[in-house]
Write a protein that binds this ligand. Structure first.
Ligand code: PMP
Length: 379
């Protein structure tokens, strides 16, 4: 049976994108690969609306992009971490392995750190990091406003867009965010295997070979590789994820064809469709009203593993909860990439039947009705 991956990553992949990766015997020095890589690099800049930034595609996942931020840091530098959950906390897990001075702001589950709290900071930092959409709770953070405040207290501003980019508006250049990044398996809707970064010209000019980074994640070294490829010349540092890059190039072709703003709007409509259904079913959404994202919805539920396996038996795969405070009391639905409102309807319909099987008091169509009401008024 056809499966629907309503997960937080990897996500449902468009067949065109998946099959674009089935390239017969192309090596990393082939003109085809260099062309696809260059296309994907530029496609990423289009997606984050920052044509003058420097794009990077690295073999690895989102965490590699996070750890590569050590390329901007030296021993004893001060960094500010703004954490709204598990993936915000990952910054702390990473940076605490290095000789750095860490300050850490943390929001309770379902909320984001308040901008007031950031405004009150008097200290200066080498780097400030934040998470655009916190995947553990589906909370969206106001990166634009935060960056405006952080500019006064931090040299380099970083936003983790792993669970947001191409599903949420991200204007790195206009918002004055120096580094944004994502991973191939999220809203870009390609297989896992590549980390994508866009870095401001000012921040790129500060990269040098004396930093806390290791070898593999050293952006100073990777810069030359990307420069070469943007100049249509192959280059080697470590083996690139060749077939993933072919898939990514196809994904960016589709993203340009749809238009980034249209794509973001589609994500919003799908997200709100699912959330209307969830409201209709009487379930509680973890993210507060001001924080709901286009890409991830976390939902409170009494027996998450029964709910997840019930949906799985109906060919819909969702994700379990990961926030320690809420563990075993909620699930996460990812709605990223190539999904449309038919997929949202299938998800709400299956949720309804699973809840019925779980002996919730649900009448047929209770969630779907609310979803249709939303769509009647918004399409
Ligand atoms: N940041 C965020 C916001 C994420 O959602 C994830 C992955 N769930 C990561 C970082 C880490 O990315 P990866 O699992 O690809 O290493």
């Amino acid at each position: 049976s056809r499966r629907l991956l309503m997960h937080v990553g990897p996500v449902t992949i468009d067949n065109d994108v998946l099959s674009a990766g089935l390239v017969n015997n192309a090596g990393f020095a082939s003109p085809e690969f260099v062309e696809a890589m260059k296309y994907a690099l530029n496609g990423f800049l289009y997606t984050v609306k920052s044509g003058n930034y420097m794009p990077f595609i690295l073999p690895g996942s989102g965490t590699l992009a996070m750890e590569s931020m050590t390329s901007f840091l030296k021993p004893n530098d001060s960094v500010l971490i703004i954490s709204n959950g598990v993936f915000g906390d990952r910054w702390k897990n990473i940076f605490s392995r290095y000789n750095l001075n860490i300050d850490y702001l943390k929001a309770p589950p379902g909320r984001a750190v308040s901008l007031n709290e950031i405004e009150n900071i008097k200290k200066h930092y080498r780097m400030a990091v934040m998470t655009h959409v916190e995947t553990s709770t589906g909370v969206r953070f106001d990166v634009k406003s935060a960056a405006g405040i952080l500019r006064n207290i931090s040299d380099i501003i970083v936003a983790d867009g792993v669970a947001s980019i191409s599903g949420e508006n991200m204007e790195a250049d206009k918002w004055d965010v120096d580094v944004v990044f994502t991973a191939s398996q999220k809203a870009l809707g390609a297989p896992p295997g590549a980390a994508l970064l866009a870095i401001s010209p000012e921040a790129v000019s500060e990269l040098n070979d004396v930093s806390l980074s290791g070898f593999y994640n050293n952006l100073y070294a990777w810069k030359d590789i990307m420069t070469s490829i943007l100049d249509n010349k192959s280059a080697y540092y470590t083996t690139p994820p060749v077939h993933i890059v072919f898939s990514l190039a196809r994904a960016f072709e589709l993203i340009k064809k749809e238009g980034i703003d249209e794509r973001i709007k589609r994500h919003y409509i799908v997200a709100e469709s699912i959330r209307s259904g969830i409201d209709g079913l009487g379930l509680e959404i973890v993210a507060g009203d001001d924080y709901k994202s286009n890409t991830v919805t976390a939902v409170m539920i009494d027996n998450p593993s029964e709910f997840i396996s019930g949906l799985y038996s109906k060919n819909i795969e969702i994700a379990s909860g990961v926030v320690p405070e809420l563990k075993d009391r909620y699930v996460r639905i990812g709605h990223m990439g190539w999904l449309n409102i038919n997929d949202a309807a299938a998800t709400v319909s299956a949720m309804e039947r699973v809840l019925h099987e779980m002996k919730y008091n649900i009448s047929p169509g209770q969630g779907l009705k609310r979803m249709q009401e939303f769509l009647f008024n918004n399409n």
